[in-house]
Unconditional design. Structure first.
Length: 395
């Protein structure tokens, strides 16, 4: 199995051996009491230099190996999918001879797998966050990862390998994005608690779903998320805090497009969405500012999974190993400004501070990053959903 080289953007290893042989001989020096003579004879062997350069192909084991095979993969819909295709598909097809079909997808991924015959899945490889994993977990919709076929996983941040999908052996960490406060330049916001400021009444928008927006109250109250979601008394305080905020919310948005539409029409001062959208055309045109809240960091973490029943399991694992290599992850960070899983990726030289703070590039940052508590929510989804709709949304 091949390992993506860490040495340089071209990903090629050059092995050079130079032997320089220089011999100097100094001879012919003599003297007498009555005369003095100096005769010097110098013989210098011409330098002999032998340099051999051998380029080692890091893809030798897979080059052309999968010619004629087709791999069907997914990526999140929208600009993400467009950026993803440009970074990951062309070179991989050239190397392996395989054809890659990318299907832009969203939360329907588990249901599509469930609906298909177990030996004929709609995808061979799929992206998924924690919600996708916990939806698919009990139905065993994913194949166990054969880690020996994913050697680049050794370069993934340890904090990410401790997350449940990876720790249970099914998901390979790929990327993620912080939930960021996004606001107009004439408004200063640095923490979740700022959403409760009176001057922002009817000038903010939050996600309509409980499993995202509930964390605004958790962090504003200074609580540890899993404690707040498992201690009934603290959970009551969280719902009360969100009920207090509800009159200030102009619109509970149902998509990123809806949220950005409100901003574009000048109806909002602030809201929250994902940090990787701050570098988008709309954000830059409107002069929007993104801030990672100082009172609590949360965001989604993406993984890649091999789908059960695929007839291309070997190719699927070669592909996953490829997309988590240091070279491709570096390209992905720079293209999409996502936080990436490979620990050898670095921020481009000259990255401004306001952009630098939008991504995690150290294990310490990933360790402080709180993923959504899907395991807790999935224990009694209907209860959480019903209570949110009644107490917060007033439905």
């Amino acid at each position: 199995m091949w390992v993506r080289s860490r040495m340089g953007a071209a990903g090629m290893v050059a092995v050079a051996c130079a032997v320089v042989l220089a011999i100097g001989v100094l001879a012919g020096c003599g003297s007498s009491e009555t005369t003095t003579t100096a005769a010097t004879t110098e013989t210098t062997a011409a330098p002999s230099e032998s340099t051999t350069t051998t380029e080692v192909d890091p893809y030798a084991d897979v080059r052309g190996k999968f010619a004629g095979e087709k791999l069907v993969v997914t990526a999140w819909s929208g600009p993400y999918a467009e950026n993803w295709a440009s970074v990951f598909i062309p070179e991989f097809e050239e190397i392996t001879g395989a054809t890659v079909e990318m299907i832009p997808s969203w939360v329907e991924i588990p249901n599509k797998i469930k609906a298909a015959p177990a030996d004929d899945p709609p995808f061979d490889v799929t992206i998924g966050d924690g919600s996708v994993y916990w939806t698919a977990r009990d139905d065993k919709l994913f194949e166990p990862i054969r880690w020996e076929n994913i050697p680049n996983s050794k370069e993934i941040f340890p904090a990410l390998m401790e997350q449940t999908p990876a720790a249970e052996g099914y998901g390979v960490p790929f990327d993620g994005s912080y939930a960021a406060i996004i606001h107009n330049p004439d408004v200063e916001m640095t923490k979740w608690a700022d959403f409760w400021r009176p001057e922002l009444k009817q000038r903010i928008s939050l996600d309509i779903n409980f499993y995202y927006s509930i964390y605004a109250a958790i962090f504003a109250l200074g609580m540890e998320p899993r404690d707040a979601l498992t201690d009934p008394a603290k959970t009551d305080q969280v719902f009360a805090k969100m009920k207090e905020l509800a009159p200030s919310v102009l619109k509970w948005y149902e998509s990123g497009g809806e949220f950005y539409g409100l901003l574009e029409r000048g109806e909002l001062d602030a809201g929250y969405y994902y940090a990787d959208t701050i570098i988008g055309e709309t954000s830059e045109r409107l002069g929007l500012i993104g801030a990672i809240p100082t009172d609590g960091q949360i965001g989604y973490i993406d993984y890649y999974f091999v789908v059960r029943g695929t007839k291309h399991r070997d190719l699927a694992e070669v592909f996953i190993n490829y997309i988590i290599s240091a070279e491709k992850q570096q390209q992905w960070l720079e293209k999409n400004w996502s936080s990436v899983s490979n620990s050898n990726v670095v921020l481009p030289e000259g990255t401004p501070p306001e952009r630098e703070q939008l991504v995690a590039v150290t294990n310490e940052q990933w360790a402080a990053w709180h993923d959504y508590d899907w395991d807790i929510f999935f224990q009694d989804w209907d209860m959480w959903d019903a209570r949110w709709k009644k107490e917060v949304l007033g439905q």
